[in-house]
Design a protein. Structure first.
Ligand SMILES: Nc1ncnc2c1ncn2[C@@H]1O[C@H](COP(=O)(O)OP(=O)(O)OP(=O)(O)O)[C@@H](O)[C@H]1O
Ligand SMILES: [Mg+2]
Lengths: 248, 274
């Protein structure tokens, strides 16, 4: 079943085209990794999908519903199916609220009961001790904060989880823990995942498919191993080469 | 009260005392602050008149106590007006943007460009003195600061990822405002206001000192100092008593403001200064 379908998405900032007739779809439980250089439009894509920014053209279909122009209750329904983990863990939490309050916010808004109990269970699921629900975002490490963000995102069991550079602000060892955690939770709960990164190296750990973004559309799309082992497009090869040198 | 607010307690007690004195001033004065007794004029501090008497024989202590009411009430009311009104304007500018924003912000620029005290002196002079007019002059010049601050804060808060996160958590726009926007801008606005109390007390007293604020015989600290100005060498208690009252009050409110700033900054929560 298709969880997300993006059709003919275009976006310009001023006269500068950022997205250029982008099309793709994502099945239930599948993880699509999107890679590309900085500034190629990855964040713009996810912001449009998450309805945090309007597209110039195109359609976003989430679980069969066209949410391109959804507002109010319809938009809230869309968010029931779609959650996001942001790049800067600390900034994605209200500094005046405890992690517990923030993790409980979607639960509360979507009418769940026993919120305190659920928050504790969620914290346990992402590998944090229950006391963390009383902590403020600045009182935990970046990795712990991103775990809490993961807890918040999966709390209402969405069908689609968007991770926009969810691990970029973390150091390498923590990065791989968080990637593993997100991958494990998505598989367990059959959540489709859109995993945005500029780092090709982490994709084999989580993504089933990879799309390489270049100049506002996908230069290449395919199974993760295939794209990495024998890239078809020139741009992907460049990206791989750049990463190769960076690793050395 | 949570542990976080504990460092505020001593300062809250001190300001509490000041406000208590101001509110219950009429019951706390040992003598009638307006009762003249020309025979006992300019008596040095003694056991009956603890802070001496002024040139009309009025008890200085009673007048200082009574003056706290005038000064504090006027200052706090003024502060409340400009901080609420200014922040509201700023918040609207930050939210709406566009033409309203441009218009209101240019207005505030104009007012910010005036040297504050000179404008207040001129305006109070034109309006003809009196405590209310002095406060009005300070209000006209005072609101843009709050408008600027709250506009900037609203713009910052609006662009934070946690606002997107809250939106995706299904939070409605009104809840968003009181759950996420207001609490995050209230701290800095409150801190600015708390740090401003001292300045406003001084400015109001200053205008009264210049004869543009409270009119005689009103017991007001600035006016009292003006009154004792010529006798600073012969009867220093007349000017020193209200002067000390201003000093202590301003110091207490400034310390409270500093402490509120420390406590309000969420990143400072665990820092104990003294
Ligand atoms: N609000 C905006 N106004 C104008 N231009 C923008 C805006 N947001 C993004 N851009 C531009 O659009 C392009 C794509 O930005 P985007 O944030 O989507 O890149 P990205 O692929 O996420 O990059 P990164 O890997 O650095 O996060 C960039 O060139 C950026 O300068
Ligand atoms: Mg980005």
């Amino acid at each position: 079943m298709e969880v997300l379908k993006v059709e003919h998405l275009s976006k310009k900032f001023g006269s500068k085209p950022v997205l250029n007739d982008l099309n793709f779809s994502l099945n239930a439980g599948e993880c699509l990794g999107i890679v590309g250089r900085s500034g190629c439009g990855k964040s713009t894509t996810v912001k449009i999908i998450a309805r945090l920014m309007p597209p110039d053209e195109g359609k976003i279909i989430l679980c069969g519903e066209d949410i391109t122009n959804a507002e109010g209750v319809k938009l809230k329904d869309a968010y029931k199916n779609m959650q996001m983990i942001f790049q800067m863990p600390e900034d994605s939490f209200d500094p005046r609220r405890t992690l517990g309050q923030s993790i409980g916010e979607p639960l509360k808004n979507f009418g769940f009961d026993n919120i305190g109990e659920r928050v504790k269970n969620l914290l346990e699921e992402v590998g944090l001790p229950p006391e963390f629900s009383e902590r403020y975002p600045h009182e935990v490490s970046g990795g712990q904060c991103q775990r809490a963000a993961t807890a918040r995102a999966i709390s209402i069991s969405p069908k689609l989880l968007i991770c926009d550079e969810a691990t970029s602000a973390l150091d390498v060892t923590v990065q791989s823990q968080i990637v593993k955690l997100i991958g494990k939770l998505c598989r367990e709960k059959n959540i489709a995942c859109l995993f945005i990164t500029h780092d090709l190296n982490i994709l084999p750990k989580i993504a089933d498919r990879v799309a390489v973004m270049h100049e506002g559309k996908f230069a290449e799309e395919g199974l993760t191993d295939e794209v990495i082992k024998n890239a078809k497009s020139e741009y992907t090869r460049e990206l791989l080469a750049a990463d190769f040198f960076k690793m050395k | 009260m949570s542990k976080r607010y504990r460092p505020l307690i001593p300062f809250l007690i001190l300001t509490g005392i000041l406000i208590f004195v101001a509110v219950f001033a009429p019951f706390l004065t040992p003598y009638d602050p307006y009762l003249q007794d020309l025979e006992g004029a300019l008596a040095a501090p003694n056991s009956t008149n603890l802070l001496g008497t002024d040139r009309y024989g009025r008890d200085v202590l009673s007048r200082v106590i009574m003056g706290s009411q005038t000064t504090l009430c006027a200052s706090l009311l003024l502060l409340l007006t400009i901080s609420v009104f200014g922040s509201l304007i700023g918040a609207i500018c930050g939210y709406k943007g566009g033409k309203i924003d441009i218009f209101l912000m240019r207005m505030s620029d104009i007012f910010l460009a005036f040297p504050q005290m000179i404008f207040a002196v001129a305006a109070a002079g034109v309006l003809g003195g009196g405590l209310f007019n002095a406060a009005a002059a300070l209000a006209v010049i005072g609101w843009p600061k709050y408008a600027r601050i709250s506009r900037g804060l609203v713009l910052t808060v609006r662009s934070m990822p946690y606002m997107d996160a809250a939106k995706m958590a299904g939070t409605g726009s009104i809840e968003m405002l009181y759950r996420h926007v207001l609490p995050n801008i209230a701290g800095p606005v409150l801190v600015t206001a708390a740090l401003d109390i001292g300045t406003i007390i001084m400015e109001l007293a200053g205008l009264s000192f210049l004869g543009l604020g409270a009119m005689p015989p009103t017991a007001e600290w600035g006016a009292m100092m003006n009154n004792g100005r010529s006798m600073i060498q012969t009867a220093p208690w007349v000017i020193l008593s209200p002067g000390a009252a201003i000093f202590i009050t301003v110091a207490v409110f400034n310390l409270l403001g500093d402490k509120i700033r420390d406590v309000m900054d969420p990143k400072n929560q665990r820092r104990e200064v003294f």
